[in-house]
Design a binder for this molecule. Structure first.
Ligand code: NAD
Length: 464
């Protein structure tokens, strides 16, 4: 990992930056569709221009290959920009809604407006995507933005700061690099919107800071995401899809399947297929499909979750290289260390179940997950999964791919998050929707004015 030093910034500089962004926002410069589209186009062309350097930076940080970066981060990000450029005019339009008779003659509509000055705080595991996708939403909605990427992948943080800070007006958009002190200084300011991606623990700190100013907040957090494999699943295809999703980015993926619940009658076959898939994928840095654990703290944390007595496959690692080989644990119980926290690494615990009720009970033992997956071709099992299991986003017969469709809102529920984004939901996430009744002055029913009677009340009730 790089030892590059982050550009430091003082609390006074942060305060000054927020004040200047507020003043700039109040000039109305960011309001027009033309301005928003121009800035989005500029962002897209800068990212494309620096694409190779961005791939190199993330490779230097944790050996993430160009191809994985393109697949999981870069292309989805460019897609988000394209969707915003194409649709922002439509999203900005006033939306007419019905007017009731009580307000006749009149019209009613909803007017989207930017919230003002946004703060976006990113996580490290998909550092470009999780920092810049919300930023795109903030831009499309017409806000000014301060972006604070995660400090852990130092070079990706630095390159985002370079691209943005050298090319955009700081009064409109600025990257502030740093860790806890800088984030704390930012959270001491009054923003109009805070968008945070990270752990539930830090999410609570952010939410408390937002509450101080009643700031609109979105929290994209994590949790233990279940994947269920029933006897009605197409097991071969299901395992193939899930194993790729489970180990991509070395399992450092908020919506990966944290653990597998497998029907006892298909467990042996599941395990055999899982090993076959892992071996077929041949995860290695040389094959461009295996990334390092982000730092030693996380490496030690994940290794400590591996109970040697329960290793079915893998269980090997290299601390110097910060590599943990794909690992499957069996005979896992809810009391095991690996089931006490989100794994966020390449370790898959497998738990067997006998009835779907039993599987659902296990899922409900945990906080509401960010994502959940069912592998089954039974309509009744799908129905039960959709109706009975709370989760933020998910898939049936696939894993993580829901994130690649910008028409699907992305977000958590309860302990896994608050609010949603992607595509038009990003625009909505960074907007306020003003509800407006617009009346002509030519006609008045007079029913509401003093001089109430039973009769006028009856008419009012009938009209409302
Ligand atoms: P984190 O909570 O440690 O850090 C996230 C951000 O908060 C970073 O920018 C960091 O600098 C800042 N931060 C850390 N400690 C802070 C403190 N005490 N006060 C103020 N700011 C602080 O999370 P992480 O390790 O970067 O990411 C891992 C977690 O994020 C996992 O729980 C994962 O599930 C979750 N995550 C969620 C999503 C999602 O989209 N829902 C995506 C990626 C990761």
């Amino acid at each position: 990992m790089s030892t590059q030093i982050l550009e430091t910034v003082t609390e006074e500089q942060i305060q000054d930056l927020v004040t200047r962004q507020k003043a700039y926002f109040n000039t109305n410069a960011t309001l027009s569709a033309e301005f928003r589209i121009e800035q989005l186009k500029k962002m897209k062309s800068l990212l494309l221009k620096h694409e190779d350097n961005m791939h190199q930076a993330i490779f230097n940080d944790f050996s993430k290959s160009k191809y994985e970066n393109q697949l999981v981060e870069f292309y989805p990000l460019i897609d988000e920009i394209d969707v915003a450029i194409k649709n922002v005019k439509k999203w900005m339009k006033h939306k007419n809604v019905k007017t009731n008779l009580l307000n006749f003659p009149g019209k009613s509509y909803i007017v989207p407006e930017p919230l003002g000055v946004s703060l976006v705080i990113g996580a490290w595991n998909l550092p470009y995507n999780l920092s810049l996708t919300p930023l795109v939403g903030s831009m499309a909605a017409g806000n000014t933005t301060i972006l604070k990427p995660s400090e852990l992948p130092v070079e990706t943080s630095a390159i985002m700061a370079k691209i943005i800070n050298e090319n955009f007006d700081p009064n409109y958009m600025r990257v502030v690099e740093g860790g806890i002190p800088e984030t704390t200084a930012l959270l001491n300011q009054r923003f109009d919107k805070i968008f945070f991606t990270g752990s539930p623990t830090v999410g609570k700190i952010v939410n408390r800071a937002a509450a101080e100013n009643l700031t609109n907040v979105t929290l994209e957090l994590g949790g233990k995401n279940p994947s269920i494999f029933t006897k009605k699943s197409d097991l071969k295809m299901s395992v193939k899809r899930m194993i790729w999703a489970r180990f991509v980015n070395s399992g450092q993926f908020c919506i990966t399947a944290d653990y597998a619940l497998v029907h006892k009658d298909i467990k042996d076959e599941f395990l055999k297929l899982a090993v076959k898939e892992i071996e077929k994928n041949n995860f290695s840095v040389e094959n461009n499909n295996f990334v390092q654990i982000i730092n030693e703290r996380n490496f030690d944390r994940v290794v400590n979750l591996i109970d040697k007595d329960k290793v079915y496959y893998g269980g090997t690692y290299d601390r110097e290289e910060r590599i943990i080989n794909p690992t499957i644990l069996t005979n896992v119980t809810l009391e095991d260390a690996v089931m006490q926290e989100e794994i966020f690494g390449p370790v898959l615990p497998v738990i067997e179940f006998e009835t779907l009720d039993e599987a659902f009970e296990i899922i409900k033992h945990f906080e509401k997950p960010l994502a959940a997956y069912l592998f089954s071709n039974s309509n009744s099992e799908k129905e039960r999964f959709l109706n009975e299991i709370p989760f933020g986003n998910g898939a049936i017969n696939d894993c993580v791919m829901q994130i690649s469709n910008p028409n699907i809102p992305f977000g958590g529920v309860g302990n896994s998050g608050l609010g949603r984004y992607h595509g038009k939901y990003s625009f909505e996430c960074f907007s306020n929707f003003k509800g407006v009744l617009d009346k002509p002055t030519s006609l008045e029913t007079n029913l509401k004015y003093y001089g109430y009677s039973e009769k006028t009340m009856k008419v009012m009730k009938a009209l409302s």
